[in-house]
Write a protein that binds this ligand. Structure first.
Ligand code: AMP
Ligand code: ZN
Length: 494
């Protein structure tokens, strides 16, 4: 069965055929590094990591480009005011690049903890100013942009006369216009939907570069057009990002590429659905964002305990990437238990050897084969990780019955056993990127139980020197203890 991918552009699952046989070019919009990534951002990056890993599993040579937005993203995503980096830099009296460095390092650290593979190329907006100026020049030359006092705007109305601007989200100009405010008296734009490709910088603006139109800085959308073209070409296979990017950022990217190169940049547009808290999208501006660090340490008033990075990753995989996922203590606790069950079964499975080619239980043998073969089928159906995990859980009792002596070594054939072993390994480790993290390690769990016991005793005896020493020294090696209600303690790794 061949891979099918849901394409936002056609609103259908389409057969995936790469532009160049055996090669896939994939571009994903990366983080804006002016603050810590929250768990919602992590969901999107985990989803694309799984997609990347699965394409590699299928044998494709993938060039995965994920940018770092370190310039041009303005407050409130509008074309006026300060950019997010300069604003924070001014407040904190530091260089904008210090803000960028701090949050880029933090982002990479979180990605590593969550076991997301690094992309093939991670280009930055500030490293590609020349390319952004070039594409802006070309759009101007092609007649789809205009200059007002050193700022270059994209002319959406003119573009829309020739091709539908709202094609990605299937919306007409009239509907789009309804959703935007009227042009104010001060507005330099000709049309309400016009957006900036290049923005003239005020003298006090901290990040600015020379251009044919004077000192300025790039608009947000142009960086992705410039960098995707540079590393993947004018047309590539997959462009992705969170769903919230489709209506404006990606719509503008398509318009820019069409206006510059007369082609839509990507064959497939993929959008991940949102992580929500009580049904509301997790976002920095709404203040309902949980930081990965808060989860790994349990340091958040709404968290009952700390959760290991692999629990968080597993929690994300249990829902298809195009469905919303609601964040809660209960769901995370269920994931923690589920992952442990799966991992225990996996370890048991790897030790199992069957020596008979003719199974003594043909029905069981056929069932195991079917469940395992469906892994690829489900992933080929638009990367349905949730369904693969469903089958894995159905296989857990079969695997566990080996331990309980309920099935004999020859009940299923040696070929089936080795298929089971091979696919569990390939999926859990390579495709899903799960690791047997510390929280699932029995030896470490035992040691931690002992240390927690000693800490509780020393607290009862008011020997605070000992209890503090345990907490502080564990913290120094990245293990965080959290005091819970009723004198209980939990721990997590950061
Ligand atoms: P930003 O740093 O805000 O540009 O966001 C980085 C990525 O995270 C983008 O692809 C967003 O669409 C995505 N994103 C933002 N909020 C959420 C959320 N609550 N759930 C899933 N993805 C999100
Ligand atoms: Zn982008």
């Amino acid at each position: 069965m061949a891979l099918k991918i849901y394409n936002t552009l056609s609103r259908e699952k389409e057969l995936f055929t790469p532009l160049t046989p055996d090669h896939v070019g994939m571009y994903v919009c990366g983080p804006t590094v002016y603050s810590d990534v929250h768990l919602g951002n992590c969901r999107t990056f985990i989803s694309f990591d799984i997609i990347y890993r699965y394409l590699v599993y299928l044998g494709y040579k993938v060039r995965y480009v994920r940018n770092i937005t370190d310039a041009g993203h303005l407050e409130g995503d509008r074309d006026e005011g300060d950019d997010k980096f300069s604003k924070l830099a001014r407040l904190q009296k530091v260089e904008p690049m210090e803000i960028v460095q701090k949050y880029t390092v933090g982002f990479r650290h979180v990605m590593q903890l969550l076991n997301n593979l690094p992309p093939s190329i991670e280009p930055t907006a500030t490293g590609h100013i020349a390319e952004q100026i070039e594409i802006t020049k070309q759009i101007l030359a092609n007649g789809y942009a205009y200059e007002v006092n050193g700022t270059i705007y994209f002319d959406v109305e003119k573009y829309n006369k020739e091709q539908p601007y709202g094609i990605l989200t299937n919306r007409k100009m009239e509907d789009l216009l309804e959703g935007t405010r009227e042009l104010g008296g001060q507005d330099e734009k000709r049309g309400r939907l016009d957006f900036a490709l290049w923005i003239k910088a005020k003298p006090e603006h901290l990040m600015q570069w020379p251009s044919p139109w004077g000192m300025g800085f790039p608009g947000w959308h142009i960086e992705c057009s410039a960098m995707s073209e540079k590393y993947l070409g004018k047309k590539f296979d997959i462009h992705g990002g969170g769903m919230d990017l489709a209506a404006t950022h990606h719509t503008n990217e398509i318009a820019q590429s069409q206006a510059c190169y007369h082609t839509s940049p990507a064959n497939f547009w993929m959008h991940t659905n949102m992580l929500t808290v009580n049904g509301t999208r997790m976002s920095k501006s709404l203040g309902n964002g949980f930081l990965p660090e808060e989860l790994f340490t349990g340091n958040h008033p709404l968290l009952e305990k700390a959760y290991a990075p692999m629990t968080v990753r597993f929690f994300m995989l249990q829902t298809h990437y195009r469905s919303t996922l609601d964040f809660s203590n209960e769901a995370l606790q269920a994931s923690e238990k589920g992952l442990k069950r799966l991992w225990d079964a996996y370890e048991l499975l790897q030790k199992f050897t069957a020596n008979n080619e003719a199974p003594t239980d043909a029905e069981l043998d056929a069932k195991v084969n079917r469940l395992v073969n469906e892994f690829d089928e489900f992933m080929n159906d638009d990367f349905n990780t949730a369904k693969v995990l469903g089958n894995m859980f159905e296989l857990v009792p079969v695997i566990n019955s080996i331990k309980d002596g309920l099935i004999q070594a020859d009940a299923i054939s040696a070929t089936t056993v080795s298929l089971l072993q091979q696919k569990f390994k390939a999926y859990l480790e390579d495709v899903f990127g799960l690791k047997n993290s510390a929280a699932n390690n029995d030896v470490l769990n035992g040691v931690m139980d002992l240390l927690i016991e000693i800490r509780k005793e020393s607290k009862t005896k008011k020997d605070f020197a000992t209890s503090d020493k345990i907490r502080n020294q564990l913290a120094a090696i990245g293990i965080n203890l959290k005091d819970e209600k009723g004198g209980e303690m939990s721990w997590g790794v950061s």
